[in-house]
Design a protein around this ligand. Sequence first.
Ligand code: SF4
Length: 399
Amino acid sequence: MTSPTDLAAVLDRAAAGGRITPEEALDVYRSAPLHALGAAADAVRRRRFAGTEHIATYIIERNINYTNVCVTACKFCAFYAAPKDTAKGWSRGLDDILRRCAETVELGGTQIMFQGGHHPDYGVEYYEEHFAAIKREFPQLVIHSLGASEIDHMARVSGVSAEEAIRRIHAAGLDSFAGAGAELLPERPRKAIAPLKESGERWLEIMETAHRLGVESTTTMLMGTGETNAERIEHLRMIRDVQDRTGGFRAFIPYTYQPENNHLKGQTQATLFEYLRMIAIARLFLDNVAHIQGSWLTTGKEVGQLSLHYGADDLGSVMLEENVVSSAGAKHRSNRMELIHLIRAAGRVPAQRATTYEHLVVHDDPANDPVDDHVVSHLSSTAIEGGTAHPELKLLDAR
Ligand code: SF4
């Protein structure tokens, strides 16, 4: 293990913009004092965003969960229904999906996250039809959806290559990949929690293909299912290596495993300090990824605020609908006004952003803050008791 003096030297080098090795990253992730780690990460963030370093962003979006039917049965997942479980399984029709898009536009949302199970019948044609219909009706919505796992699955269902699947759904309307399904990329922890998913190498190979075809993405990490610190850093190394070749990852988004209603039964979980350390080490180690997103959804609002001082430049979204992590116990809620307040109380100027991170509205004067309290996270989540009861949603639904 590196001595305290050496840890300080590594942090100083990283803070000054130098690249650190995976071994150094593991040492500082494990052993550097929390505040020193956060201070180094914040220095990197401030330099990367010089001129706009006083700003932290958020987006208004909607997760549209089109089906929970899934053949992959990940052990951490509380959302899916096996195909034979017809009592639990559901799929939304295209009309229902378009109504949800209409509500998103109505509430000022700019992005759709199409997210669902690996349905045994849904091949490339299903996504082509749905993305084309969304773009036809709502060209102003950005479709930032799916990830390499869905590509791998739909390509197999349709009997085509992953490259052809990407080309076709991109042509139909997909703008960028959300990068879900990364989970843990190293082989041991991935097999332990998602034995039927494609390998981490395959996941990255598909994302690399997408980047080569001009389809950018974000990327994620699921923390707290029993992986080691070394495996967390290896996950980051695998991403950094691809990013050196493609530059196609816009952001890195770690989030924490939620313990309810799934096979892992919450036997292991990441602590909030581990989460903050991950935000910081990601900012230091992923020197080639622009944006690091703090998550208030799985860690809570206060930790989300803290993440802005540990290297994060973005606080995620007002998520108008979410059913996946909510099913596993994530019960945090927020609304646009509160998110703006949280960012401001953390000492930053809030800004609503686009999918590509341009600032759409900078809230630099509290007197001009939006006052619409209908822009609420989980407004219509089916995973949360009472989640469909918002009167405004019913009005919209009735159209
Ligand atoms: S995480 Fe996704 S792929 Fe895995 S079981 Fe859940 S819905 Fe299926």
